[in-house]
Design a protein. Sequence first.
Length: 93
Amino acid sequence: MPTGTTATRPLRVLIGAEHVPTLRDNLACHGVTAEVPLRLQLEGFSETRVAFTAPSELSRKTFDVSIGLPLDGGGPVTGDRISVALAIQATLD
């Protein structure tokens, strides 16, 4: 089963036209690296901490993950789209 990792670098948070903060980072999975946008949802904060969730949907094809294994009745075993959800916490140093 493929695993994914994110790059260790400063993260970019953009405020888009919908005023929704979007985290853009590179995700490496199955030997392929692609930029992934994650829409941040504020879960809570204090003077020194903040917590977000970042749900997203990705395409398996982007990461060269095959979905072409046939079922007995036809069609692929799995779909192309997968759901990803991150829980992010940050503290002020």
